[in-house]
Design a protein around this ligand. Structure first.
Ligand code: CMC
Length: 428
């Protein structure tokens, strides 16, 4: 088949730009050769730029479709456990029984953190934001595994991935326990991933462990919904840091920093704050007006998405999970849930939101759900980070296994001063 070409005429020169086919979604125009002539493309926010080739996750934003390795998120959320999805992201396939046992066993036996790690915590203020602590302690893991950082070895690559997925809930729960001044809780090997996470968050050494399996199942589903999401800001940050050859613990720490922002993973915390500020249904119109006012920085948190111009499929599942969790904890009349449903309904009928194709995203209902699980608000984004680690590290591994690991180095459109001489100090 003849190669498809896009033509570009620039500065009197004609370029034949190859069009590369994708298995799903738009084909892409390869522009990398333009750099040889010092010709660059300009795409702030990477709206139109595919930064890598990937086989992990596909999103069709217009139709609200999310696939991991080809499997729809709805089926994964209904039929799989989080660690099966993590295996799928990492290895390309869902595990069979033997692979599942072996993968779960590996993760379970890496959940402990080095006994020096708790000492890092005492350097932080008790009221520090847990995401700030996570950036520090996850990055610090690189100091504990420096003998395994030769990534020409597949064994080391996979070991780093297992360690990160296994230790994230342990570290996350430690940030919470530290804020309370309570003792850190060790993981227990006969609990599953989500149960262990809840156990380390909420158990006390003085009491029997008592994890509600229905709530653990709900948490497991929430983690599936957050496991990966293609080349979002934090994943691209992980890839960019990884492209320099930096170790995976440092790269994931960079991803955690990027996730923290309210336009990204911090939206779940911001959304709950927003719902509380709105307070009651009578106030909705006022806040919808604010969200539409260009002179007002207020935005409807948990609404809108760079890629989804339709209902985020994760938000649909999250809404149902939220309902189930509220029922389980005896809070099915939760006023914030009712307020959120009403707000969603009003926004979805409003011309401003309809015209701009702004729909609820995953964060719209995740805060209310996590709150019902007993998770404090400043831990919401930490929970997101725990789940997204499976995606981050899978993307990092995929990048490392490319034949040519290319340093990410974007260019710019320079708008500063032209060359000039440094004046003496009395002339400045
Ligand atoms: N409330 C009010 N107006 C909005 C909103 C919103 N939440 N989101 C977008 N708009 C408007 C925006 O003002 C713009 O209007 P106009 O065309 O008149 O200038 C138009 O919609 C397009 O917005 P944009 O900012 O150019 O779109 P973007 O793709 O850069 O932004 C977004 C995507 C997620 C940053 C944005 O929708 C937003 O700030 N949403 C609230 C924060 C949020 O919920 N973030 C979580 C994202 S999903 C989870 C994750 O991936 O981490």
């Amino acid at each position: 088949m003849a190669e498809k070409i896009a033509k570009l005429n620039m500065n009197g020169k004609e370029y034949d730009l190859p069009i590369l086919e994708s298995t799903l979604g738009p084909d892409v125009v390869k522009v990398s050769e333009l750099a040889k002539d010092a010709t660059f493309t300009f795409d702030p926010g990477y709206n139109s730029t595919a930064s890598c080739e990937s086989k992990i996750t596909f999103i069709d934003g217009s139709n609200g479709i999310l696939l991991h390795r080809g499997y729809p998120i709805e089926q994964l959320a209904e039929k799989c456990e989080f660690l099966e999805v993590a295996h799928l992201l990492l290895h390309g396939e869902l595990p069979n029984k033997n692979q599942k046992n072996s993968f779960y066993n590996d993760i379970t036996h890496h959940t402990l953190v080095h006994e020096q790690i708790p000492r890092f915590f005492s350097g932080f203020r008790r009221d520090a934001h847990p995401m700030a602590i996570m950036v520090g302690v996850v990055g610090a893991l690189s100091a504990f595994y420096h003998t395994d950082l030769d990534f020409s070895s597949q064994k080391n690559l996979m070991l780093a991935a297992l360690r990160l997925i296994a230790k994230m809930p342990t570290l996350a729960a430690m940030t919470y326990k530290y804020s309370l001044g309570q003792p850190f809780i060790y993981p227990i090997n006969n609990l599953d991933y989500a149960e262990n996470f809840l156990h380390m968050m909420f158990s006390l050494p003085t009491e029997e462990t008592n994890v509600n399996p229905v709530l653990a199942k709900a948490l497991d589903k929430i983690m599936i919904l957050h496991a990966d999401h293609e080349q979002n800001a934090s994943t691209s940050t992980v890839r960019m840091a990884g492209s320099t050859g930096a170790n995976p613990f440092a790269c994931i720490a960079a991803g955690i920093g990027a996730l923290w922002g309210p336009a990204h993973g911090g939206a779940n915390e911001a959304c709950l704050n927003m719902l509380e500020t709105i307070g009651d249904e009578g106030q909705i119109d006022k806040y919808i007006k604010k969200a539409k006012d260009k002179d007002d920085p207020f935005r409807l948190m948990g609404f809108g998405h760079r890629v989804y111009k339709n209902y985020d499929p994760r938000a649909k599942i999250m809404q149902k999970t939220c309902h189930d969790v509220l029922e389980t904890v005896g809070a099915k009349d939760d006023p914030l849930f009712k307020l959120a449903m009403k707000l969603e309904k009003i926004a979805l009928e409003d011309e401003y939101f309809v015209d701009r194709k702004l729909y609820p995203n995953v964060d719209f209902y995740s805060g209310i759900t996590l709150r019902a699980l007993g998770v404090p608000r400043n831990m919401f984004t930490v929970f997101f980070a725990v789940a997204r680690t499976a995606g981050w590290i899978s993307q990092w591994l995929e990048m490392h296994n490319e034949p040519t690991l290319k340093l990410a180095r974007p260019r710019q459109r320079y708008l500063g001063a032209t060359e000039r001489d440094v004046p003496p100090i009395d002339k400045r």
